[in-house]
Design a protein around this ligand. Structure first.
Ligand code: SAH
Length: 369
């Protein structure tokens, strides 16, 4: 039986070193290959000019460099770009690129579907299919870089990566960690820890392990200041209540530089979590947490029971938090004309019964109001 080729996108620098050592090659080969794959964005071994012909030949027989296929490529009037990517098993995921003055953010998915059941998120309705592999996670960045920056020497267009696409990254812990290690590695993408952000709904035991594995920035999908309300919006709260989550956040930030802040994500839902009283309560629970708050206007999707808070309400909510001494950013909706805004992405997944399910959601732009 023909052996399937190993995809080199699956390998962190350390794992690639071990791979070459096993073959009796020197570890520096791993550095050379990592640079070709991730800096030069090549997928053809013949292009690897500083690698011997014999090794190139051997590698091309047993390994490959293969990102996901582009099924749909959409560009919004505002420059936001969304790809529907097809995976080997026919599932599709989405990746969004958001250009802004002086930076470009890539929003990456970590799972096909999602196992959590956040009531304001349409991905939740589609259920969970499977975790993405390391190659499928880093492959989103590898591919976007190839498409956006055809000449590797030209100015960097992807300056930030956010793990805010489909899925809960901390429930695909090992693969997400490996993918983020590749993002941070100087011989690969060389992104600084401030420019790689993991967003989680609060899987506390995994959050407690994160810091020991890799240094990245953190965003927490809080959405409510008390357990009664958060139990309804983010049901994983019943397992890991707010007090436990915020304690874990404090442990995560402990010993970091005073200017470092984690991000509290807060989706603005009309008449649900947007009152003055709740704003005051939020300011109190965040008192000892080194955090800035990101207010996200809710993006409705078919059959949702929620509505977006009015702009006036969002401003008032923000003012209360600011008066309490918090830093607040309101996320601006981008890419709505191509359904690339939060809650609007519609990928396609095949579940275990091969039913085709539509699902939605991802992140978009972050600007100050
Ligand atoms: N599972 C992770 C990462 C993906 S969600 C997490 O929960 O953090 C990233 C963000 O998408 C969440 O913070 C949530 O605020 C936002 N989101 C999901 N559905 C949304 C919607 N319909 N409108 C606005 N934001 C939404």
């Amino acid at each position: 039986m023909a052996q399937t080729k190993k995809n080199l996108l699956d390998y962190t620098p350390d794992k690639l070193k071990a791979f070459f050592l096993e073959k009796g090659e020197k570890p520096f080969r791993a550095t050379q290959i990592i640079k070709w794959v991730h800096q030069q964005s090549v997928d053809n071994f013949d292009d690897m000019l500083n690698v011997s012909k014999a090794l190139r030949q051997q590698l091309s027989e047993t390994t490959e460099i293969r990102g996901p296929d582009v099924a749909i490529d959409n560009i919004s009037d505002d420059g936001t770009r969304k790809w529907l990517l097809r995976l080997d098993d026919g599932n599709c995921i989405e990746t969004v690129y958001i250009p802004e003055d002086g930076r470009g953010t890539l929003c990456i998915s970590s799972q096909v579907g999602c196992a959590l059941d956040c009531t304001f998120c349409s991905t939740a309705r589609q259920g969970f299919n499977r975790n993405l592999t390391v190659a499928e996670i880093i492959g989103q960045l590898w591919l976007a870089k190839r498409l956006l920056q055809p000449n590797p020497e030209s100015e960097r267009v992807i300056s930030n990566v956010v793990m805010m696409g489909m899925g809960e990254p901390l429930l695909n812990f090992d693969n997400v960690i490996d993918a983020m290690k590749i993002m941070l590695d100087d011989n690969a993408y060389g992104l600084s820890k401030r420019r790689v952000t993991l967003s989680t709904s609060g899987v506390v035991p995994a959050l407690d392990r994160l810091r020991d594995q890799v240094e990245v920035s953190l965003a927490i999908s809080l959405h409510a200041p008390n357990n009664a309300l958060r139990d309804q919006l983010v049901p994983i709260n019943r397992k890991y209540p707010i007090e436990q989550l915020l304690d874990s956040c404090k442990r995560f930030m402990h010993g970091k530089a005073a200017r470092e802040r984690l991000t509290i994500e807060y989706v603005m839902l009309h008449d649900i979590n947007d009152s003055d009283e709740i704003a005051h309560e939020l300011a109190v629970v965040l008192k000892d947490v080194p955090a800035k708050v990101n207010l996200i206007p809710f993006n409705p999707f078919p059959e949702t029971r929620y509505k977006r808070s009015s702009n006036n309400r969002i401003h008032r909510f923000r003012d209360i938090l600011v008066e309490a001494g918090l830093t607040v950013i309101t996320r601006k909706t981008r890419g709505e004309d191509i359904d690339a805004a939060c809650g609007q992405l519609a990928g396609k997944i095949s579940d275990r019964s091969r039913r085709e399910i539509h699902f939605a959601r991802i992140e978009k732009n972050i600007v100050k109001t």
